[in-house]
Write a protein that binds this ligand. Structure first.
Ligand SMILES: NC(=O)c1ccc[n+]([C@@H]2O[C@H](COP(=O)([O-])OP(=O)(O)OC[C@H]3O[C@@H](n4cnc5c(N)ncnc54)[C@H](OP(=O)(O)O)[C@@H]3O)[C@@H](O)[C@H]2O)c1
Length: 424
């Protein structure tokens, strides 16, 4: 049952506040907003561990003496509903989402509580879309997946490119290429466990396999086909930059999220719109060798993850365990750059639009904490530019340009311009 918004006492619950990224999200929000601006609550399954995080926040931020805690379990629907009834926005970092995420989405839809997460588990996203999209639309509740490095730079970067193209040229770009130019930062056990869940799902579940095969698998029901062939699988020379590119490990998620954004927004970028995410490796022989090395390494890794015993070995003996990951100072030292090139045709010839999304923070941790933290604040304050009141949505379709503005204010570079004009 829904609770009136005015009766809810928690503005944002950071659910999973004891995890590697949850701690960073809580720390970011407490550093950015004071207790008089934000009723922040830390959520998780252990009161002791949550208490430790609250003590840490109090040490680091003078204003936050005693952050309230909420204790529950991700598998216990009743405790989740108790929490979500009291909450305006749940910001969840409890993953793998395939394992722990579904009861929380259900509780949020049932109690009309806005929600954002960090999932890149495309097979789980598809399940949530199929099960809860219509109910979330009816409840006018926003379930926003992919509010971290998967998929904010790709999704909002594409929105920036297409908004600029529509304004400057009167038409959208027909293609957008997303280049993961640089990134450093480290990876946590939670992320690798989540990655493993996608392969686990694909090994047992036919729907998961279909989801990974179809480039339009996250589009709304009845609209799951189109002309975009989907992710690049081999090294290729790029026509827009005349340089070599390799497949991107995040393309299976980010491209599908961008296509879902286009669909949910009513196809403002056209039904023939194509997007590809790649890793650029440079020119000439060095570029070709680099692209071959990345494509080969990624292929080997995917093959190993697809074979049950190899996957179990990696997860058991090689990957860091959930809860382990980069330290706070490591997450602050990293950086990333994502560049996007859009190409379209207007009345007087072809045009190019270029956008950059970058930050001096590790992409998966320091930067991700800001992305999801600000996404949660957008939902809380209804600071969104979206035609959708609810549904299982994407960052671009459910929040849109206000999140770009907020990220700029927190130090992200998010630029868009017209680099060159040609008549070829
Ligand atoms: N999109 C992106 O760019 C991006 C970036 C980073 C991370 N992620 C994703 O974010 C998720 C979290 O990553 P992480 O490295 O922070 O993982 P983590 O360190 O393992 O944290 C997981 C959190 O979930 C909590 N948890 C586990 N089981 C629970 C249960 N039954 N009930 C309640 N809470 C439970 C843990 O609590 P305890 O402390 O009590 O164990 C911890 O707070 C992963 O799915 C990862 O893939 C995405």
């Amino acid at each position: 049952m829904e609770t009136a918004d005015t009766d809810r006492t928690h503005d944002i619950v950071v659910w999973g506040a004891t995890g590697v990224v949850g701690r960073l999200v809580a720390d970011y929000l407490a550093g950015r907003y004071g207790p008089d601006e934000l009723a922040l609550v830390l959520g998780g399954r252990s009161a002791d561990r949550l208490g430790g995080v609250a003590d840490d926040l109090a040490r680091r931020h003078d204003d936050w003496e005693a952050v309230p805690l909420v204790v529950g379990d991700a598998t216990d629907g009743e405790s989740l509903r108790e929490m979500t009834r009291e909450t305006r926005v749940v910001c969840t970092t409890v993953g793998p989402y395939t394992t722990y995420g579904t009861p929380l989405v259900e509780a949020c839809v049932e109690t009309g509580t806005d929600y954002c997460d960090l999932t890149g588990e495309v097979t789980w996203m598809r399940k949530m879309i199929d099960r809860y999209h219509e109910a979330a639309v009816d409840a006018e509740t926003r379930i926003v997946h992919g509010c971290g490095f998967d998929s904010v730079p790709a999704d909002l970067g594409t929105l920036l490119v297409q908004s600029f193209a529509a304004e400057r040229f009167g038409v959208p770009c027909e293609t957008v290429r997303i280049y993961l130019e640089a990134g450093s930062g480290g990876v946590s056990g939670g992320t690798l466990a989540s990655f493993g869940e996608v392969f686990e799902a694909a090994s047992t579940d036919p729907l998961a396999r279909r989801t990974l095969r179809n480039p339009y698998s996250l589009a709304p029901r009845g609209e799951r086909s189109g002309t975009d062939p989907g992710e690049q699988r081999y090294p290729r020379r790029d026509t827009l930059r005349s340089a070599w590119t390799a497949p991107s490990p995040m393309a299976p998620v980010n491209e599908r999220v961008v296509r879902r954004s286009n669909a949910l927004l009513g196809y403002p970028w056209g039904r023939e719109f194509r997007c590809t995410e790649v890793v650029p490796t440079g020119h000439g022989l060095t570029g070709a060798v680099g692209a071959g090395a990345i494509a080969g390494g990624l292929g080997l890794f995917k093959t190993a993850m697809s074979v049950g015993p190899a996957r179990s070995f990696l997860r058991r003996y090689v990957f860091p365990k959930p809860g382990e990951g980069p330290t706070r100072s490591e997450t602050e030292r990293g950086s990333f750059t994502v560049r996007l090139l859009g190409r379209g045709i207007a009345g007087d010839g072809s045009f190019t639009v270029e956008a950059e999304v970058s930050a001096g923070l590790g992409p998966g941790y320091g930067a991700t904490a800001r992305m999801i933290g600000e996404a949660a604040v957008c939902l809380l304050r209804d600071d969104v530019d979206s035609p959708l009141d609810g549904g299982v949505v994407t960052p671009a379709s459910g929040i849109g340009l206000p999140l770009v503005e907020r990220l700029r204010e927190t130090g992200f570079t998010m630029t868009v311009d017209e680099p060159a004009r040609s008549n070829d």
